[in-house]
Design a protein around this ligand. Sequence first.
Ligand code: ATP
Length: 248
Amino acid sequence: MSHVVTLDRVTKAYGEVRALDEVTLAFPRGRFVAVMGPSGSGKTTLLNCAAGLDPPTSGSVVIGGVDLARLSETKRTELRRRHVGFVFQSYNLLPALSVQDNITLPLRLAGLRPDRSWLRELVARVGLGDRLRHRPPELSGGQEQRAAIVRALAARPDVVFADEPTGALDRGSATQVLDLLRELVDELGQTVIMVTHDPVAAARAHQTLIMVDGKVVGLLHAPSADDLAARLARLDGEPRMTSKGVPQ
Ligand SMILES: Nc1ncnc2c1ncn2[C@@H]1O[C@H](COP(=O)(O)OP(=O)(O)OP(=O)(O)O)[C@@H](O)[C@H]1O
């Protein structure tokens, strides 16, 4: 199986705090992976380093075969625009632009031509065909997040990183967004890496990584929401594992 993003002994230190502590990981292509763990365990830092938003203190990150440390800041930005999509809890759509213009903005910034038939397919899948001329403040939260997902996928990225994509949604809209993310992986072969606090959300992924104190302490394959909730509740007092899965 090929891997779309790999991290090799990645450490991210903020002063004394090791937000990531020698993390070695490979994210498989065409899979939906969730990242869970207590507050402050390093989930967002993992996402930011794996996406090339934040350079690690040490160790290497490779996206689509390219070692990010070898790129200048400008080249890293270019690589992100072409190969990485982002979805955030707060949608981050520009309120003054139409949905259509929001969706194509990253492409235009990257100097890429929109692939009209791909965008039509995405818009139809997320059910926003009749909302393209609206502005984000005229949409529901679920519709805004679905527009943000189309924007993330517009350039056919190698990988989409989602940080709490359902954190601001009611359960019904969250379910729609999670169904959509899973469908994009299963039917269109996309790769999605999602940070979440919600075991129900993580249970929609193929695999869930568990983080504690900047380390990956577990990898669960297709766990149920109940399994995940129980695992998270038990975290305190568990033996720590190294990033290679070996107990310390
Ligand atoms: N820019 C920063 N400066 C200093 N410390 C930081 C910075 N970013 C993160 N940290 C610290 O790194 C650790 C991991 O933070 P991170 O945000 O990655 O955790 P998280 O698991 O995403 O937390 P949460 O679930 O609360 O969002 C925390 O101790 C945090 O205080």
